[in-house]
Design a protein around this ligand. Structure first.
Ligand SMILES: Cc1cc2nc3c(=O)[nH]c(=O)nc-3n(C[C@H](O)[C@H](O)[C@H](O)COP(=O)(O)O)c2cc1C
Length: 310
């Protein structure tokens, strides 16, 4: 029995296709490192799942600084997928992540279809991994958005990963498209088990004194409360379009934010930028959902999912 179930006699468990999670609150990729970075700040075992920083085939140094800046109700980042690479991830990071009593979702990204398939194959036989999340939507690297802005390429990359692993596949979509629904549908057709919606929105900021871009990469991905209404609509629209479950992401800071996503049709949510303000933001969101459930006499969190009345 999960802690929350024990504490409040509430059922917080959710099913995302083949993925069974003890509750619907996850951390978002790139905002909780490889777990160690947050372990002193919160009880990671209380999370529904932990999603790692994106791992690529080779180590990446990321983009030059400055690569983050604060914006109105949010932030821009252009980290550029800085990470240790798949070999060191397996040797150095996976043992600690495995030692945690939490479902582990490994987020991977490649420049080609073959990269994604190779990464999935390298992780296919490793114990302690609950699912893979495919980052086909990073706006801060060359070709990062190629896949998630093209339905055909989305389907191709998902199908290649499907062939390479039996692990559940979560496909992380980009909001930087005219209409996200055809992409969501293609991911489902390619064999995705779950969609995570959304990654960041491409934006920029200018330093008027230096008359230069604030971010060295010129553009960055916008995240935080500023994007919540936009990502929420993307989740709502995709929930009307696909049959597979959705994880809602974008600007979730409070239980109210998370509940909006659940009502819109998300089966779970990820908390990202809010973690930089309060390291245990994800757990505060979880506790707040439990309070809402008690107040509104919900016994099972699944009763809330898709409950929006229009
Ligand atoms: C500093 C930073 C680094 C990120 N790195 C990654 C990453 O490596 N892979 C990925 O899929 N998403 C990455 N993201 C995107 C988040 O996982 C999330 O999709 C996005 O920030 C929107 O959620 P939020 O508004 O709650 O932050 C990153 C976001 C931030 C702010």
């Amino acid at each position: 029995m999960s802690k929350s179930t024990f504490m409040h006699n509430l059922s917080m468990e959710v099913e995302l296709g083949p993925l069974h999670l003890k509750n619907p609150i996850l951390t978002a990729s790139g905002t909780c490192g490889y777990g160690e970075e947050l372990a002193d700040w919160m009880d990671l075992s209380a999370l529904g799942a932990l999603v790692t920083k994106t791992v690529t085939r080779k180590p990446r140094a990321g983009n030059p600084s400055p690569r983050t800046c604060e914006t109105a109700s949010g932030m821009l980042n252009a980290i550029g997928l800085q990470n240790v690479g798949i070999e060191r991830f397996i040797e150095e990071k996976l043992p600690f992540l495995r030692s945690l009593d939490v479902s582990l979702i490994v987020n991977i990204a490649g420049e080609t279809v073959q990269d994604f398939a190779d990464l999935a194959a390298a992780l296919a036989d490793k114990s302690g991994i609950a699912a893979l999340e495919l980052n086909i939507s990073c706006p801060n690297v060359a070709h990062g958005l190629d896949f998630a802005t093209d339905p055909r390429q989305t389907k191709e990359v998902v199908a290649a990963v499907r062939d390479a692993t039996a692990l559940p596949i979560i496909v992380k979509l980009s909001p930087n498209v005219t209409d996200i629904r055809p992409i969501a549908f293609s991911a489902q057709e390619g064999g995705a088990d779950v969609l995570s919606i959304t990654n960041t929105f491409v934006g920029m900021a200018i330093d008027i004194e230096r008359r230069r871009p604030v971010i060295s990469n010129l553009t960055g991905g916008l995240s935080g409360p500023a994007i919540k209404p936009l990502s929420l609509l993307a989740v709502y629209r995709c929930a009307q379009t696909v049959d597979i479950p959705i994880i809602g992401i974008g600007g979730i800071c409070t239980a109210k934010d998370a509940l909006e996503y659940l009502l819109a049709g998300a089966s779970a949510v990820q908390v990202g930028t809010a973690t930089f303000v309060q390291p245990d933001a994800a757990l505060r969101v979880l506790r707040g959902i439990e309070e809402y459930m008690q107040k509104h006499h919900f016994k099972n969190v699944r009763e809330i999912i898709g409950g929006l009345q229009v």
